[in-house]
Design a binder for this molecule. Structure first.
Ligand code: ZN
Length: 435
């Protein structure tokens, strides 16, 4: 489809209207950062009863962003039926929009990254995302469930106190869990219990991984009736013990998950995973084939453009336990927490070990300015708090909380704050762009 692009607009910053996902695990109404940002992004009212789980910023088919066809300084205009999607806009002129190097590597129609804001009230499913090879195979054999053939490494950067389950605990921790949670032994049997207890680090990494894989797969494959009986037992034991002792954080979490997802195998599997807590400004990176579940809080999320999720618990959605248990790396120990590197006094950069993306956090006090130099890849900016001005060679654009802007490759930008101002930027990994 050929589109009209007046010359002067081609290289300039574009305002976006973004898609919102009202998944039932989202925070409701005004409590939801996503709800507040989406309401101002689309100039609509917040529905106090509705969950606002995610805002998607990018070119993914399942949640496209559209250009707001308006003068950039006029906040009152809205999109019209004829507004192009960001995807159409970009693919009409890919080398200018995405930059030569990005087009060469990832093609000419999609941004390599998908940018999101996420507000979690209730745990998301226990999931993992396939690597490139497995993503292709799953998409080929089950295209209705696995809609993309791309992998989906992701990074979550906390906006508020954020909790997640992520990766397996160590073998030593697992032995303690087995000792303290008799319900797990009841589920997996004493033979597997003994195998875990007999294994030591000295047996080698492969052996340790195979034993963790064995017990986790056994747990996840247990039938629903047994899981229901055992979670009921676990719940009443913990409730009784809470009268006489302080429950551990993990036990408290397990009770919380049980309330959200009664009789779900995911409740017990929480004992196998690391309980990670992020303060605002801290980020978690998740590579392919790592199990995780976000539990609560608001975050900025960035990932390779894909929506491939293999789920196994804490979800009413399709579960694919066989695929999940066979794909996991069974790597153990706490994941690395990124705190970012200072680019200047107002900007912190989070660089994950993936080529597709990085995230910058701009925190400006009132009346400050900062420059964003031209880079040979595209960027998306989302204003999460406050107001100010974005200046480019094409003019000045007033910005306010909820605004989302697309900047083509090679756009030089300066940002000035008219209050305390928080902006997040997603772009292609600068390590890749510089290579
Ligand atoms: Zn995920």
């Amino acid at each position: 489809m050929e589109m009209q692009q007046p010359k002067q607009r081609q290289r300039s910053v574009q305002r976006l209207r973004c898609s919102v996902m009202n998944y039932d695990w989202g925070k409701k109404g005004r409590d939801s950062v996503v709800g507040r940002l989406c309401a101002s992004n689309s100039h609509s009212e917040i529905d106090l009863e509705k969950p606002y789980a995610e805002m998607w910023m990018g070119t993914h088919d399942s949640g496209p962003s559209f250009l707001i066809d308006q003068d950039l300084n006029n906040n009152n205009s809205t999109t019209t039926g004829s507004s192009p999607s960001l995807r159409d806009w970009v693919s009409n002129n890919p080398k200018d929009m995405l930059g030569h190097k990005v087009v060469q590597k990832w093609g000419s129609s999609d941004l390599p990254f998908l940018f999101k804001v996420q507000s979690v009230a209730k745990a998301l499913s226990i999931q993992a995302h396939p690597d490139k090879e497995l993503a292709k195979a799953l998409h080929k054999s089950m295209p209705d469930i696995y809609k993309d053939d791309n992998y989906k490494p992701e990074m979550a950067l906390a906006l508020t106190y954020f909790q997640a389950l992520c990766g397996f605990i160590t073998l030593e921790e697992l032995k303690k869990v087995i000792g303290n949670v008799p319900e797990i032994v009841e589920l997996v049997g004493s033979e597997i219990e003994n195998q875990v207890l007999r294994t030591t680090k000295e047996d080698g990494e492969d052996k340790v991984k195979s034993v963790i894989r064995l017990i986790f797969t056994q747990l996840m494959s247990t039938n629903k009736e047994i899981i229901t009986a055992v979670t009921t037992k676990l719940k009443s034991r913990l409730q009784t013990e809470s009268q006489v002792r302080q429950l551990t954080e993990k036990e408290q979490l397990v009770l919380q998950l049980e309330k959200q997802y009664p009789n779900d195998v995911g409740v017990i599997s929480a004992f196998f995973l690391n309980y990670v807590k992020l303060n605002p400004g801290e980020a978690l990176c998740l590579g392919a084939n790592e199990p995780h579940a976000y539990i609560s809080g608001d975050c900025i999320e960035c990932m390779a453009t894909s929506d491939n999720v293999v789920r196994a618990g804490l979800t009413p959605k399709h579960r694919d336990i066989k695929t999940l248990c066979s794909m996991l790396t069974y790597k153990q120990g706490l994941p690395e927490i990124l705190r970012g590197v200072a680019v200047n006094p107002h900007v912190t950069r989070y660089i994950p070990p993936f080529e597709e993306f990085e995230v910058d956090r701009f925190h400006l006090p009132h009346g400050e300015s900062t420059e964003f130099p031209a880079v040979p890849g595209p960027s998306i900016f989302v204003v999460t708090f406050g107001k100010g001005t974005i200046c480019t060679s094409n003019g000045d654009h007033a910005i306010i909380q909820g605004d989302v802007l697309f900047a083509p490759a090679h756009t030089e930008i300066s940002i000035t704050s008219a209050s305390e101002l928080h902006i997040y930027r997603a772009g292609v990994n600068s390590t890749f762009l510089a290579s």
